[in-house]
Design a protein around this ligand. Sequence first.
Ligand code: SAM
Length: 232
Amino acid sequence: MVESRSPKPLMWVRFLLPPHMTNETLIEQLIKDGYLKTQLIIDAFSAVDRAHFVPEDQKQFAYKNYPLPIGFGQTISQPLTVAFMLELLQPQPGEKILDIGSGSGWQTALLAYCVGAEGKVIGVERIPELKKFAEENTASLETIPQGVIKFFEGDGSKGFEEEAPFDKIIAAAAATSIPAAWKEQLKVGGKIVAPVNESIHVLERKSQDEFEEKRHFGFSFVPLIGGKQGDI
Ligand code: SAM
């Protein structure tokens, strides 16, 4: 006689556990909740898997919608915040974008996917080990065009004069005001999306001297460390 084991206890456990999370389920959730809307950005999230950018001991949590530690007291950003900010930024093929506080390189890689082989993304990170981590993460990713991203170690509150002007500037760490250097290094017609204290500011450069500003409240960010900040 063949011994039979009741599957019932296992079935109950399966009912109690949340459904298995994958990059696809994360993206579906971000679309359902209204954070992801634009096809190019959705395609970037599909091509640039967050699990590739988290340390080994965090891989099991990669598709959770919260920030995760990447070492040196820093985090890889929360997916919904990245989705929200990229939707505000609207990166386009061929653009040159400055990414301040590049951390793990995840957002930098999403931007590289959007700007494509004709574009350029400059990542600035103040912690040298994280700059190296991001370089390794993006170099080993086959789904983004190679040579589009350049990382630099430094204080991003000064922008990045050597590569200015930029079509767009995005930051992942909160300033107390938008640094004057970012505004100076932005092209007319360009856009800055950056956290200031607990809100996300969107600044559009309408002319040499004219900026239009919108604010979105209710977010939380690590602080932008360093230099003199601006007047907005
Ligand atoms: N988008 C990144 C990611 O998903 O991995 C976000 C990383 S974390 C939220 C913000 C990063 O900003 C940290 O790595 C921190 O070291 C960096 N940072 C803070 N102040 C900075 C500054 N003045 N210049 C450059 N990087 C800075």
